[in-house]
Structures are given as C-alpha cells and as structure tokens.
Design a protein around this ligand. Structure first.
Ligand code: CUA
Length: 361
C-alpha cells in the first residue's frame, strides 16, 4: 500500500515536470532555442557545463553501483578487510587533479565569454560620415511597462522593441522607479535595470520575427518588482535592415488624423479626457513619458503587453486597468472623467482611434 502510494507520488511528480518542461520549447521565448549570436554563446556555455556535470554524475553513479554490488559483506565474508588506501599519494593526486581539470574546462570559455559579451567598446565608434555605426537603444523600465528610445534616430516607442537583424544592437538599460531586469530569453541577457546607474550590453538578432508563430519574440522583466512583475512583458520585432529603415522613417513622420469618423471622435476624446497628457501619439520624441508612447499602438501584438490585441480587451483595459495589472500607474477613468466611468460610445471611439495608430504599412 505504502509502496503503491510512493510510486503514485513519483508518477505525479514526473508528470508535473513533463508538463512544465513542455513549456520550454516555444521558439519565441526559449533560451534553449537561441535566435541570436549572444543567445548561442550563452547556450553553448550551458551545454558545456551540463556535459561536465553529467560526466561527474555518471562516474559517481558507476563507482557507487560497483561499491554496493561487488563489495557486499554477504559475498566477501565477515573477515575480509579491504585494501587500506589512507595517505595514498597517487589517489590523493588523482581526486584533486580531476576536479581541477574539470573546473578549468568550464572556466576558460566562461571567463572569456563573460568579458566578450560585456565588451561594449565598439558602441561609440562613429562611421566616417559622423553617424553611429551601431544602433543604440535606451531602455527605460517602468512599473509595469518598457520604453525604448532610439537617440540617434530621435524616436521613441514602448512595449514593442523594433530592431534590425544581423547587426549588433547596443542597449543602455535603466529604471525609472524600482529595480527591474531586461530579458529576451531567445536572444540573450538578462541585464538589470537599476534606477541609480545605466547598464550597457549588446545583443544580436539572427532571425526575422515574422517567421515566428506570433510574429514577435517575447521579452520579460526578470526581477521581482511588485504585484504585476509577472505581467511586465514586452515584445520584440526583428526585421532586415531595409525594413527597419522604413520603420524608422515612418516613425519620424508626424502622425496624420484617422480617416474613419469614429476614430476621429476618439482622437478628440483622447485630448479632451487628457489621455494625451501621459501618452504621446507621435513616434518623434525622447524617453520620459508618464505612460507608454502609443504611436505604434495599432501595430502591437498585445494590449498592455499581456492581453490579446483586440478592441474588446482594449476597452476593458481602459475601463479598469487595475483589474489586469494591479499596481500599475494608469488611472481609473473616473479620475479624469468627472467621477464617472466612460460610456460605451466613448470607449468605442477611443478604441477605434488607438487601433488606427500605426506606422507599419
Ligand atoms: Cu519589472 Cu519585474
């Protein structure tokens, strides 16, 4: 009975493990499916140390099994005294040397990669025409969203990082409030977003995100930062250099008013209800927004980083942001609408306007 119970427990544990491990295979968010040079280097280190650890486990298991099967008292008799090896210089040397060799095998590539991946010296190298040769993005983490500024291009966006493939992209990472951590599992990282200093690193993106099931890579906050830490997601769109240039040019243009009548009403409401006070709707700008820049809202993959991207979810979010992301800074509508909730018509208009904000063709 007890035995049966134990087996049942073990089975449940294994089933739970398989269930969790099944989540490791999604290419838009898996460290185990690297989609960039940095991720590949980090993955190789992971493989190397796992191989060394596996080797140790196998050797120890073999020695252990031999010891308990070959050297049983019942086989060798009570009188048998095994060979005494205390103070054996040969053995002492052997079991000191082997671990040292194993550690050296792990240490050399790890130390090399640690410095190589943190090497940001080429960041400020200028091309002959005075422009930066590398793209730099300033990342600002805020409760609970992400702002991405492209200082060289004079544009800013939020929640969806857009980057070109096949070149180094440098990141200056800071926080506007508490500690967060910037992490794109399939691309590499993570790096802390601290309020008191800027951390800099680089990543490379080898795969265009349009090939992915969701069309984006997933990014996460990897530092416990408050009640909605687990919901502090962002997305990453990767595209070839040409498409990226187009995107930048479109971002730099002044936004035009929507042609749709409902969306036009929404645009008016957006100003009247003072939404515009926190949310910019032009991609031209710098970091420092109170709320996320919405210039690319219609192009996004999620509402608030977590909800499926449709008007119903957008309206639900505007009506009660705290329900979806407890502790976020977005105010309840009654605070800017004379103590009243927004009407269904107002919500429809706002949603139509926000969905019309797009820089992608
Ligand atoms: Cu921000 Cu966790």
């Amino acid at each position: 009975m007890i035995n049966g119970l134990k087996k049942w427990r073990l089975f449940t544990l294994m089933a739970a493990l398989i269930f969790f491990l099944a989540g490791c295979g999604r290419e838009e968010i898996s460290t185990l499916i690297p989609a960039g040079g940095v991720a590949q280097d980090q993955f190789n280190l992971l493989l190397l140390s796992s191989a060394v650890m596996l080797f140790v486990i196998i050797v120890v298991t073999i020695v252990y099994v031999l010891a308990i099967t070959k050297f049983r008292r019942s086989k060798l008799g009570d009188e048998m005294i095994p060979e005494q090896v205390e103070g054996s210089a040969k053995l002492e040397f052997l079991w000191t040397a082997i671990p040292i060799v194993l550690i050296i095998i792990i240490a050399i590539p790890t130390v090399y990669q640690t410095f190589d991946l943190a090497d940001t010296r080429t960041m400020d190298v200028e091309a002959e025409d005075g422009s930066m040769t590398n793209l730099t993005v300033n990342v600002v983490a805020k409760l609970y969203w992400w702002e991405f500024e492209y200082p060289e291009q004079g544009i800013v966006t939020a929640q969806e990082l857009v980057v070109p493939t096949d070149q180094r992209v440098y990141f200056n990472v800071v926080s506007a409030d508490v500690k967060h951590s910037f992490w794109i599992p399939s691309i590499g990282g993570k790096i802390d977003a601290n309020p008191e200093n800027t951390n800099t690193f680089y990543l490379t993106f080898d795969q265009e995100s349009s090939e992915l099931e969701d069309g984006v890579f997933y990014g996460k906050c990897a530092e416990l930062c408050g009640p909605s830490h687990a919901l502090m997601d962002f997305k990453v769109k990767t595209m070839n250099a040409e498409d990226f240039e187009q995107w930048v040019t479109a971002m730099q243009e002044e936004p035009t008013s929507p042609s749709d009548e409902l969306a036009q009403t929404g645009e008016q409401l957006f100003t009247e209800k003072t939404c515009i006070g926190c949310h910019a709707t032009s991609g031209v700008g710098t970091t420092g927004g109170v709320g996320p820049n919405l210039a690319t809202f219609g192009d996004r993959n999620r509402v608030a980083g977590i909800l499926e991207h449709n008007e119903e979810n957008l309206k639900a979010w505007i009506q009660d942001p705290q329900q979806f992301k407890p502790g976020n800074q977005m105010p309840d509508p009654s605070s800017y609408n004379n103590g009243e909730p927004l009407t269904e018509q107002e919500l429809d208009a706002l949603a139509a306007y926000l969905m019309s904000l797009s820089v992608e063709q």
